[in-house]
Every structure is written in C-alpha cells, then in structure tokens.
Design a protein around this ligand. Structure first.
Ligand code: PLP
Length: 423
C-alpha cells in the first residue's frame, strides 16, 4: 500500500516542533524510543477483552504475559498489592473507580477545578459532575495551600461517599493521612489521583498515598514518562464497605469491583500495545537513571520557581514541591491566554490556567502553568531553568513585539539544539 504521505509529513512536522521548541506543559513528557516502539507494535492488532488468563478471545497467550509483566512491574514500582493497567486514560481510570464505588446521585467531594483540580473530580461539564452530586474544597486565599479545614467541614456537612484528592495544577505535597482520617469520620472512601506527580511519588520524593488512600489512580504519561494511559491501584485490597455488587450481582472485594468497572463497565478491549509500552516505562522507572531523572525534575521545579520569583512573578503557594508551578500573571497585566499565545509564537509551549479565585473565564484565565518533566528528559538542569525563565519573561514583557519574539525564538532553538531529542 502507498504510504500515507499527508499524515507522515505532518508527523515529521510534529517531531520538528517538539525538537525545536521548549516544552513546558506540565502534563507532557518525552517517552524513550523503546516505549514508543512498544506503543507502535503488533500488539495493536490483538483483541483481549478480560484479564490475563480470563479472556473472551483466543490467541491471548502472549499478550497475557505482557499484561502480567506490566501488572507486576507497576506493583513493584508503587508498592501496591493490586493494579489494573487497562484504563485507556486518566479520565477513564477515574470513571471506572466512580462506577465501582458510587451509585448515580451519590455525593462526592473533590478539589475545585478552578483552584487546581481536574475535570473528572466533579466538574459540571464532566460525567463526574453530571452523574454524581459534587461538592468541593479549595485552597486558602492567603497561602494557596489546600484548605484542609474547609475539606473537613464540607465532608462533615455533606457526608460524601467518595473524597477525591490530587490535582492538575497544585504544586505542593498532600496530607493524605489527614484526608483519610476525615473520610473515616464520615464513612467515605478516598481516591487519590496522582496523575501529575506519580513518578516522584513512585521514587519516594513525595508522600506516598497508597498506605492512606483506599484507591489510587494515575495517568502514565506525565512525570511517569510512559505512553498515554491510565492505571488504578490499591495499597491493600479490601472488602467493599457498602455491599456493592458486580454487574452479575455478586458482592465482591474492591479489586473485583474495580476490574469489572474497567471491563465491561467502561471499556471494551484493552490496548495491549499501550500496556506493553506501560510495562517498558515501569521497567525504566525502576532504574537508577530514572531516579536521577526525577530528582532533577524536582530540583528543576525549585530552580524555575526561584527564577520566576526573582523576576517579580507571583507563584501560587510561593513555590513548588513537585514538577510544576502555577504563575498568577495579574501583577504583570497580561492574561493567561495572551501569554500562552505569545509564548507559542516564540516556540515555548505552556498552557493558560485558572488561578485560585480567578476573575477571568477558563478560556482567558489569569495564569499559566509550567512544568519541568519534559525539559528535564532532554537533560536540562538548573542553569537552563534560569535561562528558560529569562526567555519566558522576555515574551511576557513584550507579547506583541515581533522583533523580540523572533529573538526569543532564536534563543529557544539555540537552547534546544544543545539538548537533542531522539538522536
Ligand atoms: N487526572 C488528573 C489529575 C489530570 O491532570 C489528568 C490530565 O491532565 C487526568 C486525570 C486525565 O488524564 P487523561 O487526559 O489521560 O484522560
């Protein structure tokens, strides 16, 4: 068959964009060649509804081995007793958890999207806010830190069945032990969605939620540096507290409920090529070189936060414990949208982001979110974080000055050329 020139030329353009530009989107990373190879492998051809050893299709003996290895590696990496590696994405992992533990109309308590939470934690535009009754906690205005007292007060008043912690734009560690204590007080389960800092948690650089939270979900493609996908884990399996049943009406342990909420609950056949790529990524994440990588991600986070603070920027919560910072641009007289557009024109990719107590809409926003996971994969260190802050600052000060944007773009290309991707 003739090669699809149109698409492959576009993919080459995308590769060039990634190579030449500065990738500061906190949820993105660059996978290794072997992760990409597994993701583009023949396993894409295989249907395998079910779980290893219990499939609804023949010919699964090899993908069974692949999926079993992925499960065992994920267990080792996160010190989990039980894992399901099949969710196609982070959103689907959360959907499966909610399907397993909630009935439509049940109350949930999540971190407010406009303060840094995720759509799947109860937003009215998402299934989680449409099917369930969402309540929210936020951050303290003065500190930008999670308002644990508000969390507890709302939990006591509303008695949710599920408390969700974890975020898309929160730069600090979490007090999972406190949240579990509150959940025990009101008879709720706790879901920790560690999509963003999963790699840092796996290697012990942030508090581990698995000993505290009943269920933990994550994406596999952010700091974890695997293919796009999701994971559901439990530190310890447990008897479901409410006599919840599988579709067949059987009362089972939480692991069985979660497995059946993934398939047949919310998905069809698992993506075995992506599961193979997840297995490769977990193997990499267990290595010494990945440990060095996550340490540097965190050092780079601190370095870039300091570099922006030194230039008069307001960082929500004043700094970071992880790989991301949320910058409040209100003292710079530019919206998140205008900043994002100007930065993209200089080949610097960030995303506009609401900041807590934002007065602008989600389409405009007052902030930008910056992450260090991708640039650290390229080999950049503290010195380069300083340079990146200088370049971003230059753009934000002169967002409409074509000459200045061109100059910054040239500096971006000179910097990225020194840290090649996919040589
Ligand atoms: N949960 C959190 C905290 C996230 O930040 C994201 C994605 O950004 C997701 C879930 C959803 O992941 P996905 O895009 O793979 O569905």
């Amino acid at each position: 068959m003739k090669k699809d020139k149109l698409i492959f030329e576009l993919l080459e353009d995308e590769q060039k964009r990634q190579e030449e530009g500065l990738e500061l989107i906190a949820s993105e990373n660059f996978v290794s060649k072997q992760v990409m190879e597994a993701a583009g492998s023949v396993a894409t051809n295989k249907y395998a509804e079910g779980l290893p050893g219990k499939r609804y299709y023949g010919g699964c003996q090899i993908v069974d081995e692949i999926e079993t290895i992925a499960i065992e590696r994920a267990k080792q990496l996160f010190n989990a007793e039980w894992v399901n590696v099949q969710p196609h994405s982070g959103a689907q992992a959360n959907a499966a958890v909610m399907l397993a533990v909630l009935n439509p109309g049940d109350k949930i308590l999540g971190f407010d999207l406009s303060h840094g939470g995720h759509l799947t934690h109860g937003s009215p535009v998402n299934f989680s806010g449409k099917l369930y009754q969402p309540h929210f906690y936020g951050v303290v205005k003065e500190t930008g830190l999670i308002d644990y007292e508000q969390l507890r007060a709302t939990a006591l008043a509303e008695k949710p069945k599920l408390i969700i912690c974890g975020a898309s734009a929160y730069s600090r560690d979490w007090d999972y032990a406190f949240i579990r204590q509150v959940a025990d007080e009101v008879g709720a389960l706790v879901l920790a969605d560690i999509s963003h800092p999963a790699g840092l948690i796996a290697r012990g650089l942030l508090t581990d939620p698995l000993p505290h939270c009943h269920i933990v979900t994550t994406t596999t493609h952010k700091t974890l540096r695997g293919p796009r996908g999701g994971l559901i884990m439990m530190g310890k399996d447990f008897e479901n507290p409410w006599g919840l049943t599988t579709p067949k009406g059987e009362v089972k342990k939480m692991s069985a409920l979660l497995d059946s909420a993934v398939f047949p609950g919310t998905q069809g056949g698992p993506l075995e090529h992506i599961i193979a790529a997840k297995a490769v990524a977990f193997h990499e994440a267990l290595s010494d070189s990945y440990m060095k990588y996550v340490l540097q991600v965190k050092l780079n986070g601190a370095a870039i936060a300091k570099a922006f603070v030194d230039r008069g920027y307001e960082i929500v919560s004043g700094g970071t414990d992880n790989h991301l910072i949320l910058i409040d641009l209100r003292n710079k007289g530019i919206s998140g949208k205008a900043a994002e557009n100007a930065l993209v024109a200089a080949d610097i990719t960030v995303n506009k982001n609401m900041v807590p107590f934002d007065d602008k809409s989600p389409f405009v926003t007052s902030g930008i979110r910056i992450g260090t996971a991708a640039v650290t994969t390229r080999g950049m260190k503290e010195k380069e974080m300083e340079k990146i802050a200088e370049l971003v600052d230059e753009v934000i000060k002169n967002p409409e000055d074509e000459h200045s944007l061109k100059k910054v773009r040239k500096s971006v290309h000179a910097l990225t050329e020194k840290f090649p991707l996919y040589e």
